[in-house]
Design a protein around this ligand. Structure first.
Ligand code: NAD
Ligand code: UDP
Length: 314
């Protein structure tokens, strides 16, 4: 039995990861300040005696004896990470420093949930890990993008300077059950709008693309990454290479929900990336032939059912 700390454990991805790690027989601590996460996401795990819940902010040091740390604490949706940009940067940078300090002190392995946002508005398509990206350092998204880029730098330097065993994964757009219905991300927005019969808000012309990964595929990739030998540090892309335009996504969701919603076009936010698709050859090679298994249609079906129930319970 391993003792595992998951920061951001009450969030969308963190709660799925805690669930899976517990199922595999580990002892899990969820650490969260509940900025975007909620107890509801982990309530079904609370009667497991091997699950512990800590209310804490990772911008403050934290100490526990664990074997592994998954560092997920950070708001991920643009409306949330732009709400208090300075706090977002501190969460990525000071938070990563605190967690790396902890890993160094107790000799734990530590995995960083980095992001495809480190590629910014990419000029290379699909994006391989060798691409350095195209990020506006002073734009609206920079608190998130540059915070995550700096965290990657901290991770690699703790590894080089202090031999900390690190793993960096770059997560591409991920969706699934337990996403907030109001988190402003495209899949939650479109499904909620379609279910309520409201206008579907496409920002820009809808020709920008994203590649959507179902949360179960991500969790599988994350755990495989943590279990690689110590020479594997990453960064490694974890995403689903199926690429869709935002207009295609809107049409798919309208069809799948049988909705009467109309599409409306609104201004494109500043620095919104035009295209995004992971090159996952490194993940396949390094993570035992890992590849996503859940198609967009299959995943959307599950989330539509979930949001439908959520909306009825509000
Ligand atoms: P989320 O907002 O649901 O989860 C983040 C969790 O971190 C929340 O529970 C929140 O309360 C907690 N948190 C935020 N700031 C904190 C702080 N200072 N101290 C302690 N807890 C804090 O988002 P998510 O989609 O589950 O994302 C989880 C991680 O994965 C994030 O690091 C995010 O950057 C990364 N990621 C997500 C995606 C995606 O598409 N969902 C893509 C790339 C990277
Ligand atoms: N988007 C949209 N309508 C919405 C929400 C988002 O057209 O109601 C667009 C957004 O401009 C972006 C894409 O969908 O081009 C993905 O947005 P999201 O916030 O989900 O993720 P990110 O931009 O961080 O990849």
């Amino acid at each position: 039995m391993k003792r595992i700390l998951v920061t951001g454990g009450a969030g969308f991805i963190g709660s799925h990861l805690c669930e899976r790690l517990l199922k595999e027989g580990n002892e899990v601590i969820s650490l969260d300040n509940y900025f975007t996460g909620s107890k509801k996401n982990i309530i079904h795990l609370l009667d497991n005696p091997y699950f512990e819940v800590v209310r804490h902010d990772i911008t403050e040091p934290y100490y526990a004896e664990v074997d592994e740390v998954y560092n997920l604490a950070c708001p991920a949706s643009p409306i949330h990470y732009q709400h208090d940009p300075i706090k977002t940067i501190k969460t990525s940078v000071v938070g990563a420093t605190n967690m790396l300090g902890l890993a160094k002190r107790i000799d734990a392995k530590i995995l960083q949930a980095s992001t495809s946002e480190v590629y910014g508005d990419p000029h290379i398509h699909p994006q391989p890990e060798t691409y350095w990206g195209n990020v506006n350092p002073i734009g609206l998204r920079s608190c998130y993008d540059e915070g995550k880029r700096c965290a990657e730098s901290l991770f690699i330097n703790y590894h080089k300077q202090n031999d900390v065993r690190i793993k960096i994964i770059r997560i591409f757009n991920t969706y699934g059950t337990r996403m907030n219905t109001n988190d402003g991300r495209v899949i939650s927005n479109f499904i909620v709008q379609a279910l309520k019969g409201q206008d579907i808000t496409i920002y820009g012309k809808g020709n920008q693309t994203r590649s959507f990964q179902y949360v179960d595929d991500l969790v599988e990739g994350m755990i495989r990454m943590m279990n690689t030998n110590d020479s594997v540090t990453g960064p490694i892309n974890i995403g689903n290479p199926g690429e869709f335009s935002i207009l295609e996504l809107a049409e798919k969701i309208i069809k799948m929900t049988n909705s009467s919603s109309k599409i409306v076009f609104e201004p494109l936010p500043e620095d919104d990336p035009m295209q995004r698709k992971p090159d996952i050859s490194l993940a396949k090679k390094t993570l035992n032939n890992w590849e996503p298994k859940v198609s967009l249609e299959e995943g959307l079906k599950k989330v539509i059912t979930y949001f439908d129930e959520e909306l009825k319970s509000i």
